[in-house]
Design a protein around this ligand. Structure first.
Ligand SMILES: NC(=O)c1ccc[n+]([C@@H]2O[C@H](COP(=O)([O-])OP(=O)(O)OC[C@H]3O[C@@H](n4cnc5c(N)ncnc54)[C@H](O)[C@@H]3O)[C@@H](O)[C@H]2O)c1
Length: 267
C-alpha cells in the first residue's frame, strides 16, 4: 500500500518538531514537506537522518510541489484559516491541533471540507489519556454528587484555571444534568478555588510541572480519583497519527478526539 504523504505546517515549532519525528518513525506514513513562517532554509533534515524534505514559508508552493494527502497544522489560530483555504481546494485533507479557533471558524472549516470533499480533523487535545480522563469523569459524574478538580501546570501557563479544567467541570455537570453539591461550611471559606457548576477548581503553578489534572469525586464513605499526567509532548503523537489515518478516508469535519475514538457522537 502507498504510504500516506504528510506535510506539516508549524514544522519548526515545539509540536511541529515532535510530529515530524513521529512521522519518520511511523510505518505507512511519509513526511513530504514542511512549512513554517520562520523557514530560512529550503529544506528540513528529517529527524531520523534519512535525508531531507522541502521547507518553505509558502504553503501553496509546498502543497503544489509535494502533493501531500494530509496537511497537519500546529501553529497559531491566525495561520490556520488561511491554510485551510489553500489546502482544501487542492484536495488536501487536514489535521488541525492549533488551539484558539473560534466556533464560526470551526464551522467554516466544516463548510470548506464538505465543499471540496476532503476530510478535516480538528482537536484541541490530541492526548488520548486526557480525553479518556474527561470521558471517565463524565461517566462517574452521574453516580457521585461531589467533585473537585486539581489542575497542575508549569509556571509559565498564562491562564488559571486551565481551559481543560473549566470544560471538564462543565461537561461533568452536563452529563449528570445538574450542578454538583457544594459542601456546607459553617464559616466563610477563604480558599476554595473557583466554583464551576458546584465543582471547586484548584490551580497549582510550579516550575517542574508540565500539564496534570486530577478529578476527585466524593460520596458517602468513598472517593474516586481520575488523574492524567502529561510527561512530554510525545503524549499527543498517537492521537495525531490516528487522526492522519482516519482523515484520508473521511469527507467533512470530525471535531474532537473523543469523536474520533468513538467515545462521543458528532454534534
Ligand atoms: N491539540 C493539541 O493536542 C495541542 C497540543 C499542544 C499544542 N497545541 C497547540 O498547537 C499550537 C502550536 O503549539 P507549539 O507549542 O508547537 O507552539 P510553537 O510556538 O512552538 O510553534 C508554532 C510554530 O508555528 C509557526 N507559525 C506561526 N505562524 C505561522 C504562519 N502564519 N505560517 C506558518 N507557520 C507559522 C511558528 O514559527 C512556530 O514554529 C498552539 O496553538 C498550541 O496551543 C495543541
Amino acid at each position: 500500500m502507498e504510504p500516506i504523504k504528510v506535510a506539516v505546517q508549524g514544522a519548526l515549532g515545539k509540536m511541529g518538531k515532535e510530529i515530524t519525528s513521529a512521522l519518520c518513525r511511523e510505518p505507512g506514513m511519509q513526511l513530504v514537506g514542511a512549512v513554517d513562517i520562520e523557514a530560512r532554509e529550503g529544506s528540513l533534515a528529517k529527524p531520523d537522518g534519512s535525508g531531507s524534505v522541502p521547507l518553505s514559508s509558502d504553503l501553496d508552493s509546498i502543497l503544489k510541489g509535494c502533493q501531500p494527502d494530509v496537511l497537519v497544522d500546529f501553529t497559531i489560530a491566525q495561520a490556520t484559516m488561511p491554510a485551510v483555504h489553500i489546502a482544501a481546494p487542492r484536495g488536501v485533507n487536514l489535521v488541525i491541533g492549533t488551539t484558539g479557533l473560534a466556533a464560526d471558524e470551526i464551522k467554516e472549516i466544516e463548510s470548506l471540507a464538505i465543499a471540496y470533499q476532503v476530510g478535516a480533523v480538528v482537536a484541541p487535545n490530541f492526548a488520548l489519556g486526557a480525553v479518556l480522563m474527561v470521558h471517565l469523569a463524565k461517566l462517574a459524574a452521574k453516580y457521585l454528587d461531589y467533585a473537585e478538580i486539581i489542575e497542575l501546570h508549569h509556571h509559565l501557563k498564562a491562564d488559571a484555571p486551565s481551559g481543560t479544567a473549566l470544560s471538564t467541570a462543565r461537561m461533568m455537570a452536563e452529563a449528570r444534568g445538574k450542578p454538583f453539591c457544594v459542601p456546607e461550611q459553617k464559616q466563610a471559606a477563604r480558599s476554595r478555588g473557583e466554583q464551576v457548576e458546584g465543582v471547586a477548581i484548584h490551580s497549582v503553578r510550579l516550575p517542574g510541572l508540565l500539564a496534570h489534572q486530577e478529578v476527585i469525586l466524593g460520596g458517602p464513605g468513598q472517593t474516586l480519583s481520575i488523574r492524567h499526567d502529561t510527561i512530554s509532548r510525545e503524549c499527543f503523537m498517537p492521537g495525531v497519527i490516528m487522526a492522519i489515518k482516519k482523515v484520508v478516508g473521511h469527507k467533512g469535519l470530525i471535531y474532537g478526539l473523543d469523536v474520533l475514538l468513538g467515545l462521543k457522537e458528532s454534534t
